[in-house]
Design a protein around this ligand. Structure first.
Ligand SMILES: [Zn+2]
Length: 469
């Protein structure tokens, strides 16, 4: 809907100040911004959103923001709130969407050494469920919404602030629901979401790489079922046993390697990661990135490296098994779930056909489980690349920026699927050593080095002003 010109003029006239130029970490504006972010992080982590209840976390934020911006909480189901606020720009360019999810993964069964649902500051870290994934980003977005709402800079485009539900369970309560039911609220040209990285060296002293999430592999599971006659386990079948048939098929799936390929979305990352890896791997990785192909010799070395391997090919792995409900009962079905992460330029149908071919047994029924959604590659073009470079240089001068292929999935796929160019960025710098120790996301004792949080937040602030100036 077009707004009357008069209203646009009125808003533009009270938003006369230009977007602020980059400022140092100890400037009063940045200190206030970081303070607001820390307060929001405390408030967000304190509400357990591991089993829904996102509205409880969002209501106090909405109250705060309402002083400066129009805010709505829209629920996809009772308690499953999504907060959307909008700051009006001049409309010269289409909107910029900032999105973070406020649900978190559960903590049950995990050996936490601090209370998971409160921010604890100790040993140089902020500890708590969600500090990395994704309440840190959500808190930075809230702080930015408050600053922009209060200072009313003249921006060339609307900035939309969205805090969403249910990302960890597929986005159908949050981002995907919004794209399908309230697209008017979040439609944008460009979106910044989780899925990027700011990598520290293993000592946590320097930022060595900024990763920009430009593409993601497609998540798709398949259910495998083999049927049997059942009966008493004291008289096992002598002809066909569904468990054996399934097991043979799973061995073939487990031993199969999809062909390695260097796709455009992974090339940059392989070249950049090579500079940070031990020499033996680094040389091979650099060569593969340079020539764009993987030789048999390269394959022998790289396929042993879990992270590199996942960037070179579609992967499928068996994650669940199911047989008889009791030990003295022969199963009438033997079932398995195979989870695949598919290269963004391959289809789920191609992967299904490959699995059928390598199993080579029609008695193994294979069907795709729920559609998780997928989206295309977001091109890193001139304007976006420039804004990114300026923001990184303002905070971490000279640190290389690398476009990355995510092996996991974020809400970006839902945005990309409706034509929004979504990019993964990060406001919570962390080292590879911390990530491998399980502290980055989803693990017990999720934590983030507190000294880097202000810089992470400042980076997002510079990037947003750069894109909306
Ligand atoms: Zn997340």
């Amino acid at each position: 809907m077009r707004r009357p010109l008069l209203l646009v003029a009125a808003i533009a006239s009270c938003a006369a100040r230009p977007a602020p130029a980059p400022q140092s970490a100890d400037s009063p504006a940045v200190r206030a911004f970081v303070g607001a972010m820390r307060a929001s992080l405390n408030a967000l982590v304190a509400v357990d959103t591991s089993h829904g209840h996102e509205t409880d976390a969002l209501r106090p934020i909405a109250e705060q923001l309402r002083a400066w911006l129009p805010v709505e909480i829209v629920e996809s189901a009772p308690g499953r709130g999504n907060l959307v606020a909008r700051y009006k720009g001049t409309g010269a360019r289409r909107p910029l969407l900032l999105l973070a999810h406020v649900d978190v993964v559960p903590v049950e069964g995990q050996p936490w050494t601090v209370p998971p649902f409160q921010v604890t500051e100790k040993d140089g870290f902020l500890w708590g469920r969600g500090v990395n994934d994704d309440k840190g980003m959500a808190a930075a977005i809230v702080a930015l919404a408050m600053e922009i709402g209060r200072t009313r800079p003249a921006l060339s485009r609307d900035v939309i602030f969205a805090l969403t539900a249910g990302e960890e369970t597929g986005g159908s309560a949050g981002a995907r629901w919004l794209t399908q039911n309230r697209r008017d609220l979040i439609d944008a040209e460009v979106a910044l979401n989780e899925g990027g990285s700011v990598r520290l060296d293993d000592e946590g002293k320097h930022v060595v790489q900024v990763g920009l999430g430009a593409a993601e592999k497609t998540f798709q599971s398949y259910r495998l079922v083999v049927r049997g006659k059942g009966g008493h386990s004291s008289v096992p079948p002598t002809d066909s046993d569904p468990v054996l048939t399934l097991s043979r098929a799973l061995v073939k799936v487990g031993e199969f390697r999809f062909p390695p390929r260097v796709i455009a979305a992974a090339k940059d990352q392989l070249a950049a990661d090579a500079k940070l890896e031990p020499r033996a791997i680094a040389e091979v990785e650099a060569r593969v990135a340079r020539v764009g192909q993987v030789s048999d010799e390269d394959e022998r070395i790289l396929s042993k490296e879990r992270f590199v391997n996942a960037h070179l090919r579609t992967t499928c792995v068996t994650t669940q098994l199911l047989g008889s409900p009791q030990d003295n009962v022969l199963p009438t079905t033997a079932e398995a779930t195979v989870n695949c992460r598919i290269m963004p330029d391959e289809t789920r149908e191609q992967t299904l056909a490959t699995l059928q071919r390598i199993m080579g047994d029609p008695s193994v029924e294979i069907t795709p489980t729920a559609d998780f959604g997928f989206g295309p590659y977001s091109a890193v073009d001139g304007e976006f690349a420039q804004a990114m470079k300026r923001a990184v240089d303002a905070v971490w001068p000279g640190v290389p920026i690398v476009s990355t292929l995510g092996t996991g999935a974020t809400d970006s796929r839902h945005l990309r699927a409706i034509g929004i160019r979504a990019y993964g960025v990060d406001v919570t710098p962390i080292s590879q050593a911390e990530a491998l120790a399980g502290h980055a996301a989803h693990g017990p004792d999720e934590r983030n080095p507190s000294q880097w949080l202000p810089d992470g937040a400042r980076f997002l602030r510079e990037l947003v002003y750069g894109l909306a100036r």
